[in-house]
Design a protein around this ligand. Structure first.
Ligand code: E4P
Length: 221
């Protein structure tokens, strides 16, 4: 499973990319809205791409296929490497199919059920983003849904890549990996949390203390 960062914050993205474990970035209108309004959204996206050098999903706003296709056309003019992120609605499937027929990569998002995921992959989605946190918020086991989707992919031999999205904490990340997702797109906070463990901190402190004791003992010889 690959790790993407789910953010439009360039500082957070840079910090995570520097760790050497991030291969892509997903954005959405809410994440973009959190950034400095004085900045040109195009510049934010292009700076993100310069930083990560890999997958960057850019979400359309239109809810009609024609509008989505116009937006995608515009995005690809200034960012030809973009993956176009499209909501899992009927109009989105129409747009996805047309973009897929032009071999333009799409990321169908706001997917909450295996049935939606099946529709998205049959419409030619390159990526299918299955949301975890928002499912758990309504007392539906996101791990069960994601495992279902991954098992269906296995049985059917579907080629779209499954992105575990709406990740809220490290457990979601582990569940996504256990379920068989191809990618987990993780917010900065959850990613940083996933790197830390109290026993690691304690263990490193003990190593350093013992090393200091050894040097001190050696200096007295
Ligand atoms: C993917 O990029 C999704 O838009 C994102 O993971 C949604 O996360 P949220 O449910 O925390 O808003």
């Amino acid at each position: 499973m690959e790790l993407y960062i789910d953010s439009a914050n360039l500082l957070h993205i840079k910090e995570c990319v520097d760790l050497g474990c991030i291969s892509g970035v997903t954005t959405n209108p809410s994440l973009m809205a959190k950034e400095d309004a004085s900045l040109d959204p195009k510049e934010i996206i292009l700076d993100i791409f310069k930083t990560v050098g890999g997958h960057v999903s850019v979400e359309v706003i239109s809810t009609k296929a024609d509008g989505m296709l116009r937006e995608a056309d515009e995005i690809l003019k200034w960012f030809p490497e973009a993956t176009i992120k499209i909501p899992m609605i009927a109009e989105g499937l129409k747009a996805c199919r047309k973009l897929a027929d032009q071999e333009i990569p799409t990321n169908v998002t706001l997917v909450f059920s295996p049935a939606q995921a099946i529709a998205a992959t049959n419409a030619g989605a390159a990526y299918v983003s299955v949301f975890m946190g928002r499912l758990d918020d309504v007392a539906i086991s996101s791990e069960e849904v994601l495992t279902d989707v991954c098992q269906i992919w296995e049985v059917q031999g579907y080629e779209s890549l499954i992105i575990a999205a709406s990740i809220r904490h490290p457990i979601h990340l582990v569940e996504a990996a256990r379920s068989g997702a191809d990618i987990a797109t993780v917010p900065y906070k959850a990613l940083m949390q996933s790197l830390n463990h109290p026993l690691t901190g304690q263990g490193l402190a003990a190593f350093l203390a013992d090393h200091a004791k050894m040097l001190e003992a050696a200096s007295k010889i």
